[in-house]
Design a protein. Structure first.
Length: 78
């Protein structure tokens, strides 16, 4: 019997070199194909191939990210 390997959100994040939060955010937004088992996101090799085949525009920076960068720059200029 041929078993279907399902990847977790963490495994998919590692493959794509993004954070687990990014994987969850893209799935919640409906931008990435996935399967849900209860509250868990799971991915097949087909899902992975579809994600890497579709170029994604960069996500806009959040206010938190901009604030963190501004804080780091202020610390460097001291």
């Amino acid at each position: 019997m041929n078993e279907l390997k399902m990847l977790t959100a963490a495994e998919m994040a590692a493959r794509l070199n993004v954070s687990t939060d990014t994987v969850r955010r893209m799935c919640h937004a409906g931008k990435w194909p996935h399967s849900k088992i209860g509250r868990l996101f799971r991915f097949t090799e087909g899902h992975y191939q579809a994600i890497i085949a579709t170029p994604q525009p960069p996500e806009p920076w959040t206010k938190e990210r901009r604030d963190n960068i501004a804080r780091m720059l202020r610390q460097l200029s001291k």
